[in-house]
Design a protein around this ligand. Structure first.
Ligand code: SF4
Ligand code: SF4
Length: 382
């Protein structure tokens, strides 16, 4: 059996020349750009743009990484476009605020349509048999995935597999949380999306990663690494190993292997470039416990609600902006103003909450974090 190759290349800052050299090296190590992309192909770059803000905050893929990979693709003769579909409306404004649009305009990289899409069947999907995909994805010959290494309370790691979620346009994404409240079903949907839109290759920005309350409000952690692979599962598993997280804890690993998308087993991954141990970060702050399955059994659901992590609002940080209420996808809302009183922070209804963490992800103040319960910590966690 062929092993999946993952390249690790050291890069200690976002200096454009240094990143370009690192990207050339990394892509050579996984087979060379001429074997990954053919001249004349239409390639769409898919960075991670959760929402638009200064790239130094570490929320989005850094523009210098985007620039380096875009340049290599252009030099190979590819026709390059780019796009993403952040959770919030108005993709172009978000892309500008995180510095990607300026780089793209300067390089003649066109903005692809990620606002609207078309339905595509996926009969081989493990769980999802059709998706609405962004026109920009469907009109391309291949996607190059540029994830950012960050934590996420739902999937534990947000990496290459989860980054493809932005290939689904706009607000359609939130419906998947409602339809698939079980975190492993949600992960299987992400894997199905990846087997439908298998990235041509992935370059993960782990130069400055995000730990703790990611993917938006965590702390920055320098890891000084760029990761390269054509296998998104192996790439994420390697990122997990760097941050001292068992890859099985990342919810996409097992369905990713089951679907044939890739492998997370170390014996099936060939690491090339600098050794993993030189990037290893033992104390990276990430949730290291497995996700809990969702259950329809009312007694089990009652127990789960009192045991597993939940989104909690730090009242002192809350400005009452209401973004969490707006973004909560369940109806009726699982976070809302108590009796309409907007003088106080919104309140969660944990019996209604499906733990999708859209509220945590959307809070501009970082006031919401995933917290274990006292019961869970006392009886079920190590
Ligand atoms: S999004 Fe954050 S700051 Fe805004 S109301 Fe919700 S908890 Fe408060
Ligand atoms: S309250 Fe938060 S975690 Fe719960 S369903 Fe709403 S958005 Fe998701």
């Amino acid at each position: 059996m062929n092993r999946s190759r993952v390249a690790l290349v050291r890069c200690e800052n976002y200096d454009p020349d240094a990143i370009y050299q690192a990207a050339v090296k990394g892509l050579d190590l996984i087979g060379g750009i001429s074997n990954l992309v053919r001249s004349g192909e239409r390639i769409v770059l898919k960075p991670n743009v959760l929402y638009g803000t200064n790239p130094e905050k570490g929320i989005s893929t850094h523009p210098a990484v985007f620039r380096a990979v875009g340049k290599i693709l252009q030099e190979s003769g590819a026709r390059v476009s780019y796009g993403d579909s952040p959770s919030f409306a108005g993709a172009e404004g978000h892309l500008r605020r995180c510095g990607l649009k300026q780089v793209a305009d300067e390089m003649g990289i066109e903005l692809a349509d990620f606002d609207k899409g078309r339905t595509v069947s996926h009969k081989d999907g493990l769980l999802i048999k059709s998706f609405v995909l962004a026109n920009g994805v469907l009109d391309s010959d291949g996607v190059v995935n540029l994830p950012k290494l960050k934590t996420h309370p739902l999937t534990r790691l947000t990496g290459a597999v989860k980054n493809q979620f932005g290939c689904i346009p706009g607000l359609l994404k939130s419906q998947y949380h409602v339809k698939l409240p079980d975190p492993y079903d949600f992960a299987t949907m992400l894997v199905d999306l990846n087997t439908l839109v298998r990235p041509r290759f992935c370059v993960m920005d782990g130069i400055v990663a995000m730990e703790g309350n990611g993917p938006r409000s965590g702390r920055l952690r320098k890891l000084d690494v760029l990761l390269f692979s054509t296998d998104p599962v192996a790439l994420d598993a390697t990122a997990c190993r760097i941050i001292n997280l068992d890859p099985e804890i990342a919810t996409t690993s097992k369905p990713g292997e089951k679907a044939g998308l890739g492998t997370y087993h170390s014996e099936n991954i060939e690491l090339v470039g600098e050794g993993l141990e030189s990037f290893f970060c033992r104390d990276f702050d990430v949730i290291r416990t497995p996700q809990e399955h969702c259950t329809q059994n009312r007694i089990m659901a009652f127990v789960k609600n009192r045991v597993c992590e939940r989104p909690v609002i730090a009242k002192a940080k809350c400005t009452g902006c209401g973004m969490c209420v707006k973004m909560c996808p369940v109806d009726p809302k699982a976070v809302d103003w108590r009796k309409g009183d907007r003088e106080k922070p919104p309140v969660h209804d944990y019996d209604r909450c499906i733990r999708c963490y859209c509220c945590q992800e959307s809070c501009p103040e970082g006031a919401i974090s995933a917290r274990g319960t006292v019961l869970g910590r006392t009886f079920f966690r190590h």
